[in-house]
Design a protein around this ligand. Structure first.
Ligand SMILES: [Zn+2]
Length: 778
C-alpha cells in the first residue's frame, strides 16, 4: 500500500481536478501492477510507460486549471521518462508499495547483506543493510524522505523513508554521514529501470551513533569515549538549546555508560529527571512518566531543601505526563505529592484543581452547557473523556457495537471523548496527499494522509495507547491480533503502518462545515463532500464502535478534538447506540451505495421499508425529477410566475406522497417530502400563513416527528424521528407564523424545543442566537 505525496497548491484545484489526478495515479498504479504480473510470468514488458499514461490523463486537468503552478506540476510529471532519477518520480512511485509486515528480528539476529546482492522486488528476510547517508535528505514532503546512501563496498543506492520515523529521529534532518541499519530490506523497481530501497515501517530503520560496535571499522569513530557525567552535560546543553531529540539521545547514552560502570543512584536520578523533561518536550508522555517516577525514587532521602526541590520537579513532570495521557488518578497523586512537600505552591495547587476538574468530568460528564463554541477551545480541548454510560459489545448481526449500560434521556450526553489522534482542518491548505492502496478502486486524499502520520507518531511516542488503537477493526485483510500490546524491539516500538492505515479507513470520523449552516458550528454536517476533503479528521477509539443507522438515536458533534454524542430520543439500558455515518439520501439506491463504501448495507426499518415497498422505484424517478427541477430553479424563477413554480412543486409532492404507502411507512420518516415542502413553507410565508404552516409541519413530519399544538403548548413525538438542522429551522419557522396568531406561550415553547434539538445536533448552545435571533420577550 502506498501513498504518494503530490504537492500542489490547492487553491488552483477543484475537487473534480483532484479526482482526475487520483484517477491518473490509479491508472499508473494498475499499469505497474500489470507489468509486475507479466514479469513474474517471464513475459516482456508491453504496457506503455508511466509517462505515457500521465500524458493521456493529465492534459484534461491542465486544461481545466490553466494557473501556472499547476501547469508546472504537470510539466514535472510529464518529464518522468528522463533517465535521471528526479525526486518527483520517486515520490509518485511511493503509491505502489505492497502491504507487508514490519521486521520482527533484532539487529543482533540478522546477518549483513550488501547492496550489490539485493534482488529486485524482494524482501530480504534474515538480513540487514548497514548504510551511510551520502547526501542530506534530498526531498521531503510531509510524508516521505529520500536520501542517497552507500554501503561499505562503496555501492550507491537511493533510499525512501516514510516520515513516520521522525518521532524518534528526525529523518527530515538526516545529515550526510548519518549511519543506520535497515532490517530485512525491500528493494523495489520504480517503473522502468530505476530502483529504490524502501523503508515503510519506522522500526525497520535504526539510526546508529558513530561509535556503535556493529559498524565496520572504517566508519566507526572511537575517539569520543565519554563518561556518564559527560553525556549528561551534553544532554543538558542540548536541552538548553532546545534540541530535545539530541538531549534524549545524550541521556540515553549517559544511562548506558552508567550501567557499564557501577551504579550511582544520585547521578542516575538526575539523568532520569532530565530525560523526563526532554521527553515532555517531545510529547513522549509514557517515557516522561516512567523517567520522572524513577528520578523521584532516586532522590536522596534527606529532608533538605535541595532534595525536596528535586522531588517536586520529578512529581511535576510525572503529573504533567500522566495528565496528558488522560490517566488523571496518577496525575492527581503526583500533584498531591507536590502540595504535600510545599502546601502553598501556587502551580501545584492550580494543577491539582485542574486535575480534579477532569476527574469530575470522567464521572459526570463535561458541562458543555456554557455557550462557548470551538473558537474558545481551540483544537485541543482541555476536558476529560466521559465514557462510563456506554460499553462495546458484540452485536447479533453486525460485529461490534456500542451499548448503553444505563438509560439515557433525550438530549443528554451519551459520551464525550478526546481524540486518540486528530488533524484539524487546515486554515490555509498548502498541499494535499494522495493515499492509494494498490488493490483499491479508489484513492483517498486530503486530511486522511496527515491522519496516518499523526496516529503513527502518537503511538510510537506513547506505546501505552497501542491497545486502544490495535483493538479497532482493521478491515477484512487484518484479522484481530492475539496481543494488543506494542512489541518493543531494539528499543523501538514495532507497528505495522498498513494495519494502521486500514484502522483509520474504517474507524475515523471526519467533519466539515457546511457554509449554509455555519451557526451549527460543531455539528457533524454529515458527509464530508468532495469539496471538503480538507475537513478535520480524528480517531476516537471508544466512539468508533458506534454503528450506523438511518434511524439513529445519537447525534455527534465536535468541539476541537473532542467528539460529543447526545441522545436524539430516550435510550433504554442495553439499547445499541447508533449514529449517521453519512447524510441519508431520500433515494434508497444512492443511500445504500454510499454506505457500501464502508462494506455494509443498513438494516434499519427505513431501509427495510425502502427495499420492500413496490413504489421505491417510482419514487426514485420522482426524486430525480425534483433534483432536475431544483437545478433549473434560477431559470424557472426568471421565466415563470412564482405561483406556477409552487404549483409544480405541490404537484410533485402529491405524487411523491403516494409512493409512501402507510403499510410500509407508518411512523417512519418520508425523506422524499422534505426538500420541496421546505421551499413551499418559505414561498407561502408572506401570502398565506396557513399554507406556510402546513408545509412547515410537513417538513417536520417528513423527518418522522409529529408536532401536536394546543393554544399555548406543543408536544413533539416520534420514536423514529431524525433530528436535523431543518427540523430546528421549521420549529422556529412555525413559531414565527404562530406569532401572527398572537400565541406567545406557544411561540416560547416552540423556541425551547428548537433549542433542545439544536443542542443535540450542535453539542452545545453556541450559535443558536446568531442563527435565530434573540427571543422576542423573556
Ligand atoms: Zn438505514
Amino acid at each position: 500500500m502506498a501513498q504518494s505525496a503530490a504537492t500542489v497548491a490547492p487553491d488552483t484545484l477543484t475537487s473534480a481536478q483532484k479526482i482526475d489526478m487520483v484517477q491518473a495515479e490509479l491508472e499508473v498504479a494498475k499499469l505497474r501492477l500489470r507489468q509486475q504480473a507479466r514479469e513474474r510470468r517471464g513475459l516482456e514488458r508491453v504496457a506503455p510507460s508511466r509517462a505515457a499514461v500521465l500524458q493521456r490523463l493529465a492534459p484534461k486537468v491542465i486544461r481545466q486549471a490553466p494557473r501556472p503552478s499547476l501547469v508546472r506540476t504537470f510539466d514535472q510529471a510529464l518529464e518522468l521518462d528522463s533517465p535521471s532519477l528526479d525526486h518527483r518520480r520517486i515520490a509518485w512511485n511511493m503509491i505502489l508499495s505492497e502491504p507487508h509486515t514490519p521486521s520482527t528480528s533484532s539487529v543482533a539476529s540478522l546477518s549483513k547483506i550488501m547492496l550489490r546482492d539485493l534482488l529486485m522486488e524482494n524482501h530480504h528476510y534474515g538480513t540487514m543493510l548497514l548504510l551511510r547517508a551520502i547526501s542530506s535528505s534530498a526531498i521531503h514532503s510531509s510524508m516521505q524522505t529520500c536520501i542517497a546512501v552507500e554501503d561499505e563496498n562503496g555501492d550507491h543506492e537511493l533510499l525512501t523513508i516514510h516520515d513516520f520515523a521522525v518521532t524518534s529521529h528526525s529523518s527530515q534532518m538526516i545529515q550526510q554521514g548519518s549511519l543506520f541499519v535497515i532490517k530485512e530490506p525491500f528493494f523495489r523497481t520504480v517503473l522502468d529501470e530505476a530502483c529504490v530501497l524502501c523503508v515503510d515501517h519506522p522500526s525497520d530503520i535504526l539510526f546508529l551513533d558513530t561509535d556503535n560496535p556493529v559498524l565496520p571499522r572504517a566508519w566507526r569513530t572511537s575517539g569520543i569515549e565519554r563518561s556518564a557525567v559527560q553525556w549528561k552535560h551534553a544532554g543538558n546543553l542540548a536541552l538548553r538549546s532546545q534540541d530535545p531529540i539530541e538531549a534524549e539521545r545524550c541521556y540515553n547514552r549517559a544511562l548506558a555508560a552508567m550501567t557499564a560502570s557501577q551504579a550511582d543512584d544520585i547521578l542516575g536520578g538526575m539523568i532520569h529527571r532530565n530525560r523526563a523533561q526532554a521527553r515532555i518536550s517531545l510529547e513522549h508522555w509514557d517515557g516522561a512518566y516512567s523517567d520522572a517516577m524513577t528520578g523521584m525514587r532516586l532522590v536522596p532521602q534527606e529532608e533538605d531543601g535541595v532534595a525536596n526541590l528535586q522531588k517536586m520537579r520529578a512529581f511535576y513532570r510525572a503529573g504533567r505526563a500522566a495528565y496528558e495521557l488522560g490517566v488523571y488518578d496518577r496525575a492527581h497523586s503526583a500533584y498531591t505529592s507536590v502540595t504535600g512537600i510545599a502546601p502553598n505552591d501556587v502551580d501545584g495547587l492550580r494543577e491539582l484543581k485542574r486535575t480534579e476538574a477532569r476527574m469530575a468530568e470522567q464521572a459526570t460528564g463535561v458541562n458543555f452547557w456554557a455557550a462557548t463554541g470551538p473558537a474558545a477551545h481551540g483544537t485541543r480541548v482541555d476536558h476529560a473523556d466521559f465514557l462510563r454510560r456506554t460499553e462495546a459489545r458484540r452485536t447479533q448481526t453486525h460485529g461490534r457495537g456500542l451499548f448503553a449500560i444505563e438509560s439515557i434521556a433525550c438530549g443528554d450526553i451519551i459520551l464525550s471523548e478526546k481524540a486518540l489522534a486528530f488533524v484539524p482542518s487546515p486554515a490555509t491548505p498548502k498541499s494535499f496527499h494522495l493515499v492509494i492502496p494498490p488493490s483499491a478502486t479508489r484513492g483517498t486524499f486530503g486530511t486522511q494522509g496527515n491522519m496516518w502520520t499523526a496516529v503513527i507518531q502518537k503511538v510510537l511516542a506513547n506505546p501505552s495507547i497501542g491497545p486502544r488503537l490495535l483493538s479497532l477493526y482493521a478491515g477484512p485483510n487484518y484479522p484481530p491480533l492475539e496481543s494488543l500490546d506494542i512489541p518493543m524491539l531494539d528499543g523501538r516500538p514495532v507497528i505495522d503502518i498498513f494495519r494502521v492505515e486500514n484502522i483509520i479507513e474504517y474507524n475515523s470520523f471526519g467533519y466539515a462545515h457546511d457554509a449554509d449552516l455555519t451557526s451549527f458550528g460543531n455539528a457533524a454536517l454529515a458527509t464530508p463532500s468532495a469539496d471538503s476533503m480538507d475537513g478535520s479528521m480524528g480517531l476516537w477509539s471508544h466512539a468508533s464502535a458506534i454503528n450506523h443507522s438511518c434511524l439513529y438515536n445519537a447525534e455527534h458533534s465536535f468541539i476541537g478534538d473532542m467528539i460529543i454524542f447526545r441522545a436524539t430520543r430516550d435510550i433504554a439500558k442495553d439499547e445499541e447506540i447508533t449514529t449517521l455515518y453519512k447524510e441519508v439520501n431520500a433515494d434508497y439506491e444512492i443511500r445504500d451505495a454510499a454506505l457500501r463504501t464502508w462494506g455494509f448495507s443498513c438494516d434499519c426499518k427505513l431501509c427495510e421499508a425502502d427495499r420492500h415497498c413496490p413504489a421505491t422505484t417510482q419514487r426514485k424517478h420522482l426524486l430525480q425529477q425534483v433534483r432536475e427541477v431544483l437545478g433549473r430553479l434560477p431559470i424557472l424563477n426568471a421565466t415563470l410566475e412564482p405561483r406556477a413554480i409552487i404549483m409544480m412543486f405541490e404537484d410533485l409532492l402529491a405524487q411523491i406522497e403516494k409512493t409512501y404507502p402507510g403499510e410500509f411507512y407508518h411512523g417512519l420518516p418520508r425523506l422524499g417530502l422534505i426538500t420541496l415542502n421546505r421551499y413551499c413553507a418559505y414561498a407561502y410565508a408572506r401570502s398565506d400563513t396557513d399554507k406556510a404552516l402546513g408545509h412547515a409541519l410537513a417538513v417536520i413530519a417528513a423527518h418522522g416527528y409529529t408536532l401536536d399544538m394546543t393554544e399555548d403548548d406543543a408536544e413533539f413525538t416520534g420514536n423514529n424521528g431524525m433530528s436535523a438542522p431543518q427540523v430546528v429551522d421549521q420549529l422556529i419557522n412555525v413559531g414565527r407564523l404562530m406569532e401572527r396568531k398572537d400565541r406567545a406561550a406557544l411561540v416560547r415553547r416552540l423556541r425551547e424545543m428548537a433549542l433542545e434539538m439544536y443542542i443535540v445536533i450542535n453539542g452545545e448552545p453556541s450559535g443558536f442566537e446568531a442563527r435565530y435571533g434573540r427571543a422576542r420577550e423573556q
